[in-house]
Design a protein around this ligand. Sequence first.
Ligand SMILES: Cc1ncc(COP(=O)(O)O)c(C=O)c1O
Length: 408
Amino acid sequence: MSSPVSSPALFRPAERTKNYNYAIRNIVAAAKAVEAAGQPVTYLNIGDPALYGFQPPESLLEALARAVRDGHNGYAPSVGTLAAREAVVRDAEARGVYLSLEDVVISSGASEAADMLLSALLEPGDDVLTPCPTYPLYTAITAKLGARENYYRLDPTQGWTPDPDEIRARITSRTRAIVIINPNNPCGSVYDARLLMELLTIAEAHQLVVIADEVYCRLTYGPPPPPIAQLAAGMEVPVVTLESLSKSHLVPGWRVGWMTYANTQRFGDVIAAARKIAEARICSPLPTQQALPAALADQSHLPALVEAMRARASVTVEALNATPGINCVAPQAAFYVMGQVEDLKGQTDEGFVLELLRATGVLFVHGSGFGLNPRDGYFRIVFLPPPDTLREVCGRLASFVRQWQAHV
Ligand SMILES: Cc1ncc(COP(=O)(O)O)c(C=O)c1O
């Protein structure tokens, strides 16, 4: 059999894929190479609770099994079933956000909703205010669309929150939207109502669409922040909220998420365009949509889940901050923390992460995979494994840092 790599490539990939990166998964190839060489790898790169033994609520599994058995195996309406949309409307209402059924689109995870919305909104050359560090979905989609991210900085000295003045200064004639990820991935920060109001006021003044990624809104260790759409009530700024069951209900593989529209007065044409995109991709999976009402009706698993996250956060933060040469800001939600190696010894953050992988079998994701400067030494840890594993991983990190700083 001839090898496809031995002959010069005849078919060229489209230019738009050049900057289409998703470091969280791209880095797995390096880990697989380490495994192939005989070294086991502890994967702390991806936020998938199912990989670490977290199980979805039993009632949810039953609802899905029932849906399949009862014959809900066909296509769904493109915007989602009535029952699923009603469930989203009820859930939003319980959190002070008043929507109509037309304001809801069920999607294959929040990811697909972001893709549909940005595809409906952006022209090539437009820009989107995007937090830095960011969840890299947004930069990947804007790159694909020929648009670009317009990074605003999250400041670690302010608990990884943004500075509204900096955001104001970054707005260009091509800025169309601002992405607000709250609670935040990769930092685990939670913005308060005052900051959110300031961001909304900026967006309203500059006619920007607010993309409120609230995928982690049920996973805060303390009281949840108000939904951005609730704060925006009565304003003129369109708010598109993205959510899913992936993290809060421990079913990322089910690909069930949704977007909701608030303050739609002058946003109807974009909604219509997003609807055309939704129709062309047919629908998101019907069986998991059928389970959505059950998921949102019974969320009694959440307190124990949040407590498990909080305990893991505390073990990880304590171990990192006790390690000479490493620091981190304690997260307030979800299951990610951004660590920093203070002296990179002239390396890049990716070089550090790859060296760590090869020496210890521990896989993190470098901060530059989230848009940070590669010389700033950041890395993201997913702290989903049991606390003992996390202590052991941090121990391996500490001895690696000791040796690496002495010898590099
Ligand atoms: C901030 C954020 N937004 C969106 C997503 C996408 O989630 P999903 O498509 O599984 O709903 C993730 C997944 O990790 C995320 O961290």
